[in-house]
Design a protein around this ligand. Structure first.
Ligand code: SF4
Length: 379
């Protein structure tokens, strides 16, 4: 692991210096993860697109005045889940706006019509329904949660996640990315990561780069994640996600991070974070995503053969076979993994309830079979 001051010194690394940094990170990745990259075959379940926050870059969120704002019904949830299972998906990614009922009457009304007075109770029951009626493993991405909320969701989710995004309080100020976002205070996000650690929840987090933070704040965000992992050992992966400027958002005119910035950040993340944390970058937000491999990633995250990326709907997922070819071209294979990484699966029910342990075990061989098929198809 490199020091904070060394990480900060790479802020302007470019040309041969960036190449050397990426080589160092790629070597660390090879030593820890070998010559195999992974992905999770998922179906996306956007349980509600209303939210009490209003991030300056978000196109997922819908105003309650919009005809597109909604809360999915139990029937819609199961229909999507069944369609995903039929395409051999293994993960049901529940991704949703944060506590919309605390701000919007429409959210309260839709939840009440379904028999609920809050989103998290409804989320719990929809995860349970997916577990009961399909083979999918729920992964919950519901934002900042308390100890009790995480504890309640743990038995119905194989893993959970929440992007830290950044530790900068500056981003909360008027005109900044997280203005008027009560759930985006660094304290709330860091508390959530910490409570997940206390509860032994296999957890995904990450940073969003290019939203107005400084390089030093980016490095300190990675350090904050590292420190919580060193305390609890529960961080399974860290996502390095690039901000994309989207039409119709407050940040539509802001500059996007370039490819060198992504590579620099991925490499520094690989060298700051402990080896057992997976480093992931989304392949659908950069045309030249294959170059992330040489910067040190070992995972592409969830890729859906069915649903679009509701957070970045204008950015289609690449075909899984295309991602596999990008890996093969650089001497790596591509394998399917489950939403909960291998090392968390067999720890005497520390991370999984007995029921979820059985469910996971039943999917392991199916994922391995799919990986062999994929390699055969592109060989
Ligand atoms: S990014 Fe998440 S928290 Fe922010 S407005 Fe969109 S849905 Fe809400």
């Amino acid at each position: 692991m490199i020091s904070v001051s060394e990480a900060i010194s790479y802020e302007f690394a470019t040309g041969p210096d960036l190449y050397a940094l990426c080589q160092q990170a790629a070597k660390a990745r090879d030593n820890a993860w070998g010559k195999q990259l992974t992905y999770s075959k998922k179906v996306f379940i956007p349980l509600t697109n209303m939210c009490r926050d209003s991030c300056g870059y978000c196109t997922f969120v819908q105003s309650p005045d919009s005809p597109h704002s909604n809360v999915m019904t139990p029937q819609q949830v199961l229909k999507t889940a069944h369609e995903g299972a039929a395409l051999d998906c293994k993960e049901a990614l529940f991704s949703l706006g944060e506590r919309p009922e605390e701000r919007h009457q429409k959210a309260r009304d839709l939840l009440a019509a379904l028999g609920y007075d809050n989103t998290l109770d409804y989320l719990h029951d929809q995860c349970e329904s997916v577990l009961t009626h399909t083979t999918l493993l729920p992964h919950v991405n519901a934002g900042a949660l308390s100890f009790d909320e995480l504890k309640r969701l743990k038995p119905v989710a194989a893993s959970m996640g929440m992007m830290l995004e950044n530790v900068s309080n500056e981003l909360l100020k008027q005109g900044q990315a997280h203005y008027a976002c009560p759930d985006k205070t660094p304290k709330r996000r860091l508390d959530t990561i910490e409570q997940a650690g206390r509860l032994d929840i296999a957890f995904t987090t990450g940073i969003l780069i290019g939203i107005g933070e400084s390089w030093e704040e980016r490095v300190l965000s990675l350090i904050a994640i590292r420190d919580r992992h060193l305390a609890y050992g529960h961080i399974q992966e860290v996502i390095i996600q690039n901000f994309r400027a989207k039409v119709g958002t407050a940040m539509a005119g802001c500059q996007e991070p370039d490819l060198d910035d992504m590579k620099r950040t991925i490499a520094v993340a690989r060298l700051i974070l402990p080896d057992d944390i997976s480093i992931q970058a989304p392949p659908n937000l950069e045309v030249e995503y294959g170059s992330y491999i040489n910067a040190g990633i070992n995972d592409w995250g969830g890729i859906s053969p069915l649903t679009k990326d509701f957070i970045n709907p204008e950015r289609a997922w690449p075909q899984i076979s295309s991602v596999a070819q990008a890996c093969n071209g650089l001497g790596y294979s591509l394998a399917e993994r489950l939403t909960i990484y291998d090392r968390f699966q067999h720890q005497d029910h520390k991370y999984l309830t007995p029921n979820l342990t059985q469910r996971v075990a039943a999917l392991v061989s199916r994922a391995a079979h799919a990986s062999r098929q994929l390699q055969g198809d592109i060989a």
